[in-house]
Design a protein around this ligand. Structure first.
Ligand SMILES: [Zn+2]
Length: 411
C-alpha cells in the first residue's frame, strides 16, 4: 500500500511554483489546509529503527543524506511546524542504535525540515502508507545499517522474493536423528506499529506474546537438545514474509507463531491452534482470523509487499502437502498440551491461508493462546504464571511431536 516515493528530478521547478503559490494563499488565511503532523512515534530496535509521522493528509517529501556528521535530512512539504514535531527529540532514546538526535524546523513557509543526526551511516527507506485500521496517513522512515550485519532484513526479503533461499525438496527431510540440534523458530506476532489486538484493559497482544515467546525460547534452549530463535526479540515490526524468510534461512525444523485472539463480543474464550490450509479455510472464523492476521503488513507498514510465491499455484506440490500433514501433527500435539492449561476454543486444529505459515518445507503452526478481548483471559495473559505454563504447554507439544518420530529438516 505504499505510494511511489517522491521523485526530486524535474518536479523541483513545479514545487518552487507550488511553494510560491501556497505562500501567497497561506498569507491569505488558508493555513488550515496545511498537512498536520498528528503523531510522531519512534521504534528503535536491534534490527532497524523506524520513525513514523502520522499526518492528516498524504504528505510529499524529499530526502538526502549529509556526512560529517552523518545526517538524514527530510523536507516535508505543505507542512507547518507544530508542537508534536518540535518535541520529536524527546522521543529519541540514548540507546537508539541509529539516531543520535532529531530536530525539526520551519525551513521555508511551505516546508518543515526534519534532521536526524545519526550515530553511523544508515540505509534509509522512506515510504508512505494510506490510512488503515485507525491510522491516518503515515510517512515511514526506516533506518537500516549500511554494513551487512546479523540481520539484514531487507536483503533477506529480497532474496526470498527472488527465490534465492533454499528450494523445497521433500527428499531432504530425513526421518533420522543427526548431530545438529532441532531448530525452532519462534514468531511472536505483531510488534512496533502493529499492536495486534488490544484487551478491554488496554493490554496489547504484541507485548504478551513477546513475553510468552521469550519464555518458550528459554525452555527450548534449556532442554539442550533443541535451539530456539526468534523472528523478533523486541518491540519491532517485522513483515510477515521476512518472518518466514528468517525461518528458511535458518533451515528451521519448526515455526511456531504466537498470538492472542480477539472477537467482537467479550464472551469468546479459549485457545486455538491453526495450520495452513491447502483448500480454503476450515471455518468462517478461521478464514476471518487469517484475513485479520494477514492485514498485519498493512498495519505494521511494509515498503515491499512480499509476493505470494507459494500460493500462486492452484495445486500445492508434494512438499507442501507433506509439510501441512506435519503441521497438523504438530498442531494436534500442541493443542493437546494447551488444552490441559486453557479451555480450548475449538477441539481440533483449524486451517486457513495464514501468510506467516507459508514456508513450503517447515511445519508451521499459529497458536492463539487465549482471547485478549475476554476480560478474564486478558488478565491471565498478563499473569507470569500463566505465561510460564503456556510456554511449557507449547514446549511439551513440540517434544511430543518429535517423540512421535517427526521428520527434521536437512542440515
Ligand atoms: Zn495476532
Amino acid at each position: 500500500m505504499s505510494e511511489t516515493p517522491f521523485d526530486p528530478g524535474r518536479r523541483q521547478l513545479l514545487n518552487l511554483a507550488a511553494a510560491t503559490f501556497l505562500l501567497s494563499v497561506s498569507r491569505a488565511g488558508m493555513a488550515a489546509d496545511d498537512t498536520q503532523i498528528v503523531a510522531v512515534r519512534v521504534w528503535p530496535s536491534s534490527t532497524y529503527t523506524r520513525v513514523t509521522l502520522e499526518t492528516s493528509d498524504a504528505i510529499k517529501f524529499k530526502q538526502f543524506t549529509v556526512t560529517g556528521p552523518d545526517r538524514l535530512v527530510i523536507d516535508l512539504e505543505g507542512v507547518r511546524l507544530n508542537g508534536i514535531l518540535k518535541e520529536i527529540n524527546a522521543q529519541i532514546s540514548s540507546a537508539d542504535p541509529f539516531i543520535k538526535t532529531a530536530r525539526a524546523g520551519q525551513f521555508n513557509p511551505d516546508t518543515v525540515r526534519l534532521v536526524l543526526e545519526l550515530k553511523n551511516a544508515v540505509r534509509p527507506q522512506l515510504f508512505t502508507l494510506a490510512p488503515v485500521a485507525g491510522f491516518r496517513n503515515r510517512l515511514v522512515i526506516d533506518l537500516y545499517p549500511v554494513a551487512a550485519q546479523d540481520d539484514p532484513l531487507l536483503s533477506l526479503l529480497e532474496d526470498y522474493n527472488k527465490g534465492k533461499l533454499r528450494e523445497p525438496d521433500v527428499q531432504t527431510r530425513p526421518k533420522t536423528d543427526r548431530s545438529r540440534p532441532i531448530l525452532v523458530m519462534i514468531d511472536p506476532g505483531h510488534g512496533g506499529e502493529d499492536p495486534g489486538a488490544t484487551g478491554p484493559s488496554g493490554t496489547h497482544e504484541k507485548n504478551v506474546v513477546l513475553q510468552i515467546g521469550h519464555l518458550l525460547r528459554d525452555k527450548i534452549n534449556d532442554s539442550g537438545k533443541m535451539r530456539a530463535f526468534m523472528t523478533r526479540e523486541d518491540d519491532v515490526f517485522i513483515p510477515l514474509g521476512v518472518r518466514v524468510a528468517k525461518a528458511r534461512k535458518l533451515n528451521a525444523d519448526l515455526f511456531i507463531s504466537i498470538h492472542a485472539d480477539a472477537f467482537l463480543t467479550p464472551a469468546a474464550r479459549g485457545a486455538s491452534v491453526f495450520a495452513l490450509s491447502e483448500q480454503g479455510a476450515t471455518s468462517t472464523a478461521a478464514r476471518y482470523l487469517a484475513k485479520t492476521q494477514n492485514d498485519s503488513d498493512l498495519i505494521g507498514g511494509v515498503k515491499i509487499a512480499t509476493r505470494d510465491r507459494y500460493l500462486a499455484h492452484t495445486l500445492f506440490d508434494l512438499t507442501q502437502t507433506a509439510t501441512i500433514n506435519d503441521s497438523l501433527k504438530l498442531g494436534r500435539a500442541v493443542l493437546g498440551q494447551v488444552g490441559n492449561l486453557n479451555r480450548l476454543h475449538k477441539g481440533r486444529v483449524e486451517q486457513a491461508g495464514f501468510a506467516v505459515l507459508k514456508a513450503p518445507d517447515i511445519p508451521s503452526i499459529l497458536v492463539e493462546t487465549a482471547f485478549i478481548s475476554n476480560p478474564e483471559e486478558e488478565q491471565r495473559l498478563l499473569d507470569s504464571d500463566f505465561q510460564q505454563k503456556m510456554a511449557e504447554a507449547i514446549f511439551s507439544g513440540v517434544r511430543t511431536y518429535f517423540a512421535q518420530g517427526a521428520p527434521i529438516a536437512n542440515a
